[in-house]
Design a protein around this ligand. Structure first.
Ligand code: IMP
Ligand code: MG
Length: 177
């Protein structure tokens, strides 16, 4: 049966906000090159939209990690499913995520990537759910939207691998009544 999706952030709102964040990042990295690390799969839509709007030189790499079992709770056990292609030594790294929830994935990832000797490492996320944070040490440098504790889909985010392609952010209202 089809789930109902309630729109939380429209395509226009997301678009406008990415413009603002991209402008801020471009300004702060003036004169440098940004090495964007897209966290697959969820971060891919946001990474593309952000990268297109950056006015400083950009290089791109991809990493895939798994932090969940089958459910919607982070397990705390993070596995690298696909590692980066390029070394990070001397680079200004900007990690691009879809959403920071418990913070477990990023807490682990930042520690791993720091060991590879980047010149700097910052974090940019489309969505942040601060109420859910378990790993309080995770510092988010750029956030597009802070949202309440609801399970969201679209713009790369999935529910059981569905809805990543929605051009807006929505909340799934399960059709089981
Ligand atoms: P964390 O380790 O709990 O911060 O989980 C981060 C990852 O969980 C994100 O990169 C998403 O893939 C996934 N996630 C967390 N919240 C949501 C949500 O509301 N919708 C879809 N995926 C989510
Ligand atoms: Mg993710």
């Amino acid at each position: 049966m089809a789930d109902r999706i309630r729109v939380l952030l429209t395509e226009e709102e997301v678009d406008r906000r990415i413009n603002e964040v991209a402008a801020k990042i471009s300004e702060e990295y003036e004169g440098r090159q940004i090495h964007l690390i897209c966290i697959l799969k969820g971060g891919v839509f946001f990474t593309c939209e952000l990268a297109k709007r950056l006015t400083v030189p950009v290089s791109l790499d991809f990493m895939s990690v798994s932090s969940y079992g089958a459910g919607t709770e982070s397990s705390g056990v993070v596995r690298i499913l696909k590692d980066l292609d390029e070394p990070l030594a001397g680079k200004d790294v900007l990690i691009v995520e879809d959403i920071i929830d418990s913070g477990r994935t990023l807490a682990y990832l930042i520690e791993v990537l720091k060991q590879r000797g980047p010149k700097s490492i910052r974090l940019c996320t489309l969505l942040d759910k601060p109420e859910r944070r378990v790993k309080k040490q995770v510092k988010v440098d750029y956030t597009c939207f802070t949202i309440p504790d609801e399970f969201v889909v679209g713009y790369g985010l999935d529910y059981d691998q569905k809805y990543r392609n929605l051009p807006y952010i929505g909340v799934v209202e399960l059709d089981n009544k």
